[in-house]
Design a protein around this ligand. Structure first.
Ligand code: GAP
Length: 507
């Protein structure tokens, strides 16, 4: 656990040092759970967006995109259920005055028990050469006790959550003797529901002011435009509408860097289908989205499904694609069969028909919806944490390298003159100009070449092109490959073709 926390700290520090992610409002000591993307972060983020958009919109004839406003009519959030039910259970410690998510306190307790089991198993496997039956039995006994406790607490916890039983959650916290990490005391308030939406006022005068909300998901912008898009785009069910945009949630506990933020971005797609066909399409999108993740070249074992037992008020099936972040497997993307809940609710609240006439069936109906919803910032963290690698080299030196898939890397090529003289910078700039139109490239002539390679490794540039003495003689350059650190010598004329081959199909 400690090592994984260290890893997250290192990734956070690296992201800041190299201009990927900065804490928001840093000169004013920051704003909790809000972050700014720097000069490299914005490139990586844009590349992830493009990769998603291409897979969802460009590659599907029956999916189109929109960009709806963040501000929406307040009744939308009443209809969607967010005003009444978009809550987290919170609890305050009366001594430290700190606020926690009550469910997180219990989850952390369960995690500690899991860690204890892992430690016991690890210790036992180290002693395997020196097998001692008595010790083995004792270890086994302890593991079984921990496991029984986990099962017991977990089943009571799940039941309390499903029934929204706040008293049972409080009782569990008391019974388990969970203490506040700051004050160390068990002096807790009751558990209360806390609505996660940010409210603000719209209107030119105070009297006219209307409470509106910063959208907590982009999906509702799609639902309320469903008929606009269907009619103007002459879309036929099944079809999808995709959107990338900001969402806002007043998270009670914000932690784990950009994993849980108060302002974040979602990439969502609502797929409208015939009633009764939703579970078929749910299974389809489950597989499609997992394929997309695996196409990133990240180890397959880093992803897994987690099917929901507790379904949201609008869903009849739901699963998460979880990713193994430095702090364990956590939700990266949600795939939900949302039934006709949202369109029906908007029909009721707005008084406008949300029906589709199906020419093949010769009937009108409110379509069912399968949603795929991925957090862009979480995807960014998944790519970054998977890429972050510390390596010891043969010569005893060390390097930190970001092994970002080349098509997502902020810069694809760095063009480097070996020295700042003999016409090398001019030649390097010529090469830069030929590549720049198609790829984001960096030019760097400062410091020794070894240090420049390290700098490019640290920001994940997959290919370094070096102009040296030989270039001036035979018009060839070296290409250095980030991950293997090997080099090829190639002719400058062939560079555009080689560049295209290196980044083929994934731009
Ligand atoms: N429209 C459905 C919806 O919003 P969700 O599971 O609440 O479902 C979808 O959110 C995705 O949005 C999550 O899988 C996660 O990647 C991302 N997400 C949710 N809350 C977030 C937060 N506070 N910070 C960063 N990403 C978040």
């Amino acid at each position: 656990m400690a090592n994984n926390e260290d890893l997250l700290k290192k990734i956070t520090a690296h992201a800041k040092e190299y201009g990927f992610v900065f804490p928001s409002s840093e000169i004013y000591d920051g704003l909790s759970a809000v972050y700014d993307y720097g000069q490299l972060g914005v490139e990586l983020k844009n590349n992830i967006k493009q990769y998603w958009w291409k897979a969802m919109v460009q590659m599907h004839e029956n999916i189109v995109g929109i960009d709806s406003a963040i501000f929406m009519h307040p009744t939308i959030w009443k209809a969607s259920g967010h005003v009444d039910a978009f809550n987290d259970p919170m609890i305050d410690n009366k001594d430290s005055k700190k606020r926690y998510r009550a469910d997180n306190l219990i989850e952390d307790y369960l995690q500690k028990l899991e860690d204890k089991i892992n430690k016991e198993v690890e210790k036992a496997s180290k002693r395997f050469d020196n097998f001692d039956e008595q010790m083995f039995r004792a270890t086994n006994q302890r593991v079984q006790e921990y496991q029984a406790k986990i099962n017991n607490v977990n089943s009571r916890f799940q039941k309390a959550m499903i029934n929204n039983d706040l008293h049972a959650i409080k009782a569990l916290i008391e019974e388990l003797g969970i203490v506040c990490p700051i004050s160390g005391s068990r002096n807790w308030t009751e558990v209360r529901q806390f609505n996660l939406m940010f409210a603000t006022q719209m209107g030119s005068t105070a009297e006219e002011a209307d409470t509106i909300y910063l959208r907590p998901e982009t999906a509702q912008g799609i639902f309320v435009n469903f008929l606009n898009v269907q009619k103007t785009g002459r879309m036929k069910v099944p079809f999808g509408i995709a959107q990338i945009g900001k969402a806002f949630r007043n998270e009670i506990v914000a932690r784990q860097f950009i994993f849980r933020m108060r302002e974040f971005e979602q990439m969502e797609m609502q797929f409208f289908v015939r009633p009764g066909e939703e579970l078929k399409w749910f299974a389809y999108w489950k597989e499609e989205r997992m394929k997309w993740h695996k196409s990133l070249g990240i180890k397959e074992t880093k992803f897994r499904f987690h099917d929901h037992e507790k379904l949201a008020h609008y869903a009849n099936a739901a699963t998460d694609i979880e990713f193994e972040f430095p702090f364990g497997f956590k939700e990266l993307e949600g795939i939900h069969s949302r039934t006709d809940f949202d369109l029906n609710a908007h029909q009721t609240y707005s008084g406008k028909k949300m029906q589709y006439f199906d020419p093949e069936l010769n009937e009108s109906y409110v379509p069912y919806v399968v949603e795929t919803s991925i957090g862009l910032d979480r995807m960014f963290l998944a790519v970054l944490s998977n890429a972050y690698t510390e390596e010891k080299l043969e010569d005893g030196s060390e390097r930190v390298v970001l092994k970002i898939p080349p098509f997502l890397a902020p810069y694809k090529f760095a063009v480097l003159p070996l020295v700042k003289k003999d016409g090398m910078p001019e030649k390097a700039r010529e090469i830069l100009a030929t590549l720049q139109e198609d790829y984001n490239c960096q030019y760097d002539e400062k410091d020794a070449i070894g240090r420049r390679y390290r700098r490019q490794d640290a920001i994940g540039t997959p290919f370094c092109i070096t102009v040296d003495n030989q270039t001036l003689e035979d018009n060839t350059v070296t290409i250095r490959f980030r991950d293997e650190m090997n080099q090829d010598r190639v002719s400058v004329e062939e560079l555009p073709i080689i560049a295209n081959r290196l980044l083929k199909n994934k731009r």
